[in-house]
Design a binder for this molecule. Structure first.
Ligand code: FES
Ligand code: MG
Length: 568
């Protein structure tokens, strides 16, 4: 009896259903004995529209070798694939679609465990969300990061360097020929973005959460270590299947806290907080904003990777990988947290790597930054919260009260940001409305460009506020995920040109300094919400998406939270 005997269609003759299923499987030419082994589903997500997954076939073959060596029966199946730069209006809309695909296919198909193979930004969160809801034994395997390219003696990696060069191009410092050459050298291998963007952040978060093998997060996509990790993951999946180790046995409040610590210590992407919130939410675990801030204030940034430092993920791998970070953090982690291996985090950590490049992973006593990257803000402009990545921001702007320059939509932003007549000064606060989950699918538009005339005058950073997200590879004094979003009538919708807005990172506040009577008058005058798509998945998303504070999941996918947040 194995997974193949799970969930037969009941037409009154179960033995016939079994006979039929096995008959069809014999068409694959597998030996009759192999059909008695634990069935290991391998959820793959290759696509020509997802170059980050280009090496997936070879990686999946390594997983199959591991499954076979472990005594299992590997069974690949495809799901939706999400290539970050190729989806309109934004990949974020489709994360929940992929999560549904993964959930239903893991649940509907007969398997004893599943290996989730993903990499690009939204794929790993989608796979975790789906697998957590499906409740089958599962293990995550990431595709691994790209290796860096070279340009005129300089290393380049997608996509922090993309932004750096593009900013210089906008400022007139780089010409058309140069930018074309840079374009061809930013992403030169298979794999996910080469910096600590969302993909690598999620890879580290998943390892810290205990859902991936120790040492698996950072091996580059084209490195032999990646294939070794693939084999080991395949073999582990067989053991996980035999043990019946389901995600709810692995992901606990302690492991979520550890994952948050790691997210902070690596200076990770703001998106990862949304994704971790959504994935943990599938298991009924909540992330408490106050706890996030408390962790942030007590977790130094240890990793010197772009966008906040100078190195790339391949350098972290060469420096002991995430284990080097976990080892430094060990006194701040709950080492009793379980992992998918069946051992505790403390057990799998062992003595840590024998050599660490201290330019890449700083010691706890001499960190890159004394406090963690993320700060949750609340206040009259964001009653349910907003987020700033202080590790990517300019401390000189942490305490700012400025005049709002408002853009009412993405279209308005595109039309006016470079207008030479735009009334804007360097100490103003740029505000973008209607770019949240319901308003626009929550694209990575929070990294508002510096208005053209200010960029040319040398302005590099300004306070920018929106209900959008920001790429994990971006940097700047950028307040994101303002909730409730403008499109559902949040206070962000009430900001007008010339209002005073106050940001205080120290106090964790974001306030609109306009009196309540005036705000009430503006609220009255708000137009009715724009209708969403009339049909299909777009309609489902529009009608059911939750706010960023709830991970932008679909309301009907989230189980009722039994009691208190992740502290319990
Ligand atoms: Fe796929 Fe960055 S675009 S990981
Ligand atoms: Mg990204």
């Amino acid at each position: 009896m194995n997974g193949l005997d799970r969930g037969f269609a009941n037409y009154g003759d179960v033995a016939f259903s079994r006979f039929l299923r096995r008959s069809f499987l014999h068409a694959s030419g597998r030996s009759p004995e192999s059909l008695e082994r634990p069935v290991i589903g391998i959820a793959t997500s290759p696509s020509d529209f997802n170059p980050c997954h280009r090496a997936m076939p070879e990686l999946v073959a390594s997983v199959e070798r591991g499954v076979l060596a472990g005594g299992g029966l590997p069974m690949q199946f495809p799901t939706v694939s999400l290539g970050e730069s190729f989806l309109t209006p934004t990949s974020m809309v489709f994360r929940n679609l992929m999560a549904m695909d993964v959930e239903e296919m893991v649940r509907a198909q007969p398997m004893d465990a599943v290996v989730l193979v993903g990499g690009c930004d939204k794929t790993v969160p989608a796979q975790l969300m789906g697998a957590f809801s499906a409740g089958r034994p599962a293990i995550q395997l990431v595709t691994g990061p790209m290796s860096t390219g070279r340009y005129h003696g300089e290393r380049l990696g997608a996509c922090t360097d993309c932004r750096r060069f593009w900013a210089r191009y906008r400022a007139g410092e780089v010409d058309d020929v140069e930018i074309a050459e840079v374009e061809r050298n930013l992403a030169t291998t298979a794999g996910t973005c080469a910096v600590m963007g969302t993909a690598s952040t999620m890879a580290c978060v998943v390892e810290a959460l205990g859902m991936a093998l120790p040492g698996s997060a950072t091996a580059p996509a084209v490195h032999a270590d990646r294939l070794r990790v693939g084999e080991a993951t395949g073999a582990a999946a067989v053991e996980i299947a035999r043990a019946g180790r389901t995600p709810d046995q692995v992901v606990t409040p302690a492991s979520v806290r550890n994952a948050l610590r790691v997210l902070l210590a690596i200076g990770g992407s703001t998106n990862a907080l949304i994704h971790l919130t959504a994935a943990a939410g599938r298991l009924g675990l909540r992330i408490d904003p106050d706890e996030l801030n408390a962790l942030s204030d007590t977790t130094p940034v240890l990793v010197e990777l772009k966008p906040t430092g100078d190195h790339y993920v391949e350098d972290l791998h060469a420096s002991g990988g995430l284990a080097a970070v976990l080892h430094e953090l060990r006194d701040l982690l709950d080492l009793s947290a379980p992992t998918v291996t069946g051992k505790t985090l403390g057990d799998v950590l062992g003595d840590g790597p024998r050599w660490v490049d201290r330019a890449v992973v700083r010691p706890l006593a001499d960190p890159a930054r004394p406090v963690g990257g993320l700060v949750w803000l609340t206040g009259s402009l964001a009653p349910q919260g907003a987020l700033i990545k202080r590790s990517a921001a300019d401390p000189a702007l942490f305490e700012t009260t400025g005049r709002a320059v408002v853009f009412t939509s993405l279209e308005d932003l595109a039309a006016r940001i470079d207008d030479p007549d735009l009334d804007v000064a360097p100490d103003d606060v740029l505000v973008l409305q209607n770019a949240g989950p319901r308003g626009a699918g929550m694209p990575e538009a929070g990294y508002l460009p510096i208005p053209g005339k200010l960029a040319r005058a040398g302005v590099k950073d300004m306070v920018r506020i929106s209900d959008a997200r920001m790429s994990g590879t971006a940097y700047g004094t950028i307040v994101l995920h303002v909730t409730p979003e403008a499109a559902v009538g949040g206070p962000l919708a009430l900001v007008r040109n010339g209002d005073r807005v106050r940001l205080s990172v120290r106090e964790g506040r974001l306030d609109l300094l306009v009196d309540e009577a005036e705000l009430a008058r503006r609220r009255e005058a708000l137009p009715p919400p724009a209708p969403g798509p009339a049909t299909g998945y777009g309609r489902l998303f529009h009608e059911h998406v939750l706010g960023a504070d709830q991970g932008c999941d679909l309301d009907f996918c989230v189980p009722a939270v039994p009691s208190e947040p992740s502290r319990s």
